[in-house]
Design a protein around this ligand. Structure first.
Ligand code: URP
Ligand code: ZN
Ligand code: ZN
Length: 479
């Protein structure tokens, strides 16, 4: 399959220039002015459009078993919805139950993901600790292409990692050349606040944000960052929703620590008024953790992206339909946490980021693909338009307009947190492995065509850290 993308403007995280792009055998083969179409090539007219790396969503949960149910979007439908929105790769999460063998969980998720229609990879969550977990982390890094381990500091009584687990896992990660990632919320405080709010008679979804205030997130973010600092491991905080966690990241980065932050499209664009909706279905549909925040936090998050203190955008795509959310009809603590967005992330960020002048097009590429590829060590294969890179490409029509709705989206969920939002700019074509898989509103995908992407450990980072730590090593005091 040979595809020539003709007449477009190539946009990477660094440059913007007019060029044709030739794709064959799954890779970008040539980039240049007025390239000739090889015989039999499919020529795609990209006149007036931008040719950008396909999006990488570094935080999704397809068919996640969670809070007594299973997320309604699976790896096939979820990766297809991603392609329809210009996202060509997801990084999902293997989440072992406490005491579950980590390799068993990893193999289970690999099996579930075989039907993916786009490329994918996995972070692996560390939810408990013993010597077998340490050994499995080693196997995952050395043999299975995993370079990132996730820690849920919330969800007490389920998958929460306490400080002992964090310290054990972070120490092992640095030894292996892996990065650690954290869902930062103080799980003990959330648990106590949930109890208190429920006992006060607040049983509806409005209790959810009250039990998870920004301070709870800021405390955990700061704690995780400081533990990582002591142990010398790079850390990535997922779904930062508030000024407090952004400040913890910014402070540490200003001190020279290798800390990265992700923000969700939802946290940038949806505010906490949604929880005050008297309609249970609508309010519950927005229940996710951390919750949506007030508009002043949103402003801070945009500033975080603009300043580079937040580097990536994601969705935390984790779909639960109304019948599943109904489990918490009488108790907000039982509403399955999660919202969708893999199909919409690129278009809402373009509309509210690039079109408003908050972000340049190059910054858009950085925060939707290139930075995630760099942080998780798959650059320049992914997140790039360059000869030799995977031909995962989105052709972006800046004039296309659409109104987002659950009635028309492809995601397997009956609700859309961006419902009614009219966006200008969207994917006209998406290429995955050099094949046109989405064109002018229609998908042409193949079940199982997605590949598992190995992510090697970070030798170079760790050499640098070792040198820095050697400088800091205390010298013995002579008495
Ligand atoms: O509410 C959320 N975010 N659900 C998915 C699990 C997680 O915490 O990321
Ligand atoms: Zn989370
Ligand atoms: Zn998540």
């Amino acid at each position: 399959m040979t595809v020539l993308i003709k007449g477009g403007t190539v946009v990477t995280a660094e440059h913007t220039w007019r060029a044709d792009v030739l794709c064959a055998e799954g890779k970008i083969q040539a980039i240049g002015a007025a390239l000739d179409a090889p015989s039999g090539a499919n020529v795609v007219d990209a006149g007036g459009q931008y040719v950008m790396p396909g999006g990488i969503d570094p935080h999704t949960h397809m068919q996640l078993p969670f809070m007594g149910t299973v997320a309604s979007e699976d790896f096939e439908t979820g990766t297809a919805a991603g392609l329809a929105g210009g996202t060509t790769m997801i990084i999902d999460f293997v989440i072992p139950n406490p005491q579950q063998n980590v390799m068993e969980a990893y193999n289970q998720w690999r099996e579930w993901a075989e039907k993916s229609v786009s490329d994918y990879s996995f972070h692996v969550a560390i939810t408990w600790w013993d010597d077998t977990v340490a050994a499995d982390m080693e196997t995952l890094v050395k043999e299975k292409g995993v370079n990132s381990f996730k820690h849920f500091m919330a969800y007490k009584g389920a998958i929460m990692a306490d400080d002992e687990i964090l310290v054990n896992s972070f120490s092992k990660a640095i030894e292996l050349g892996a990065i650690v990632t954290c869902h930062a919320e103080n799980g003990e405080l959330v648990y106590r606040l949930q109890q208190k709010i429920f006992d006060m008679g607040i049983t509806g979804p409005e209790g959810h944000p009250l039990s998870r205030p920004p301070e709870v997130e800021g405390e955990a973010a700061n704690r995780a960052i400081r533990i990582a600092e002591v142990l010398g491991v790079p850390i990535y905080l997922v779904h930062n929703s508030c000024r407090q966690s952004l400040e913890a990241i910014t402070r540490a980065r200003n001190e020279g620590q290798r800390v990265y932050g992700e923000v969700l499209a939802g946290h940038l664009l949806v505010d906490d008024s949604v929880y005050r909706d008297p309609d249970f279905e609508s309010a519950a549909a927005h229940v996710m953790s951390p919750p949506f925040r007030s508009k002043d936090h949103q402003t801070a998050l945009w500033h975080g992206l603009q300043s580079g203190n937040l580097q990536t955008t994601a969705t935390d795509h984790c779909c639960f339909c109304a019948d599943q959310k109904a489990a918490g009809k009488d108790d907000f603590r039982l509403i399955p946490n999660g919202t969708a967005g893999v199909e919409n992330r690129m278009e809402v960020l373009w509309h509210h980021g690039v079109s408003t002048g908050r972000l340049t097009m190059n910054e858009f590429v950085a925060i939707t693909s290139a930075n995630a590829a760099k942080i998780f060590n798959i650059f320049p294969r992914k997140g790039n338009i360059a000869v030799g890179a995977d031909a995962d490409i989105v052709i972006w029509d800046p004039e296309a307009t659409k109104t987002i709705s659950a009635k028309t989206h492809m995601q397997q969920i009956d609700f859309n947190i961006f419902e009614g939002m009219t966006v200008k700019g969207g994917a006209s074509h998406t290429l995955s492995q050099g094949k046109v898989v989405f064109a002018n509103g229609a998908l042409n995908v193949e079940k199982g065509a997605g590949r598992y992407v190995d992510r090697p450990p970070f030798a170079t980072y760790y050499d640098a850290i070792a040198k820095r730590t050697a400088h800091k090593a205390p010298t013995a005091v002579k008495r």
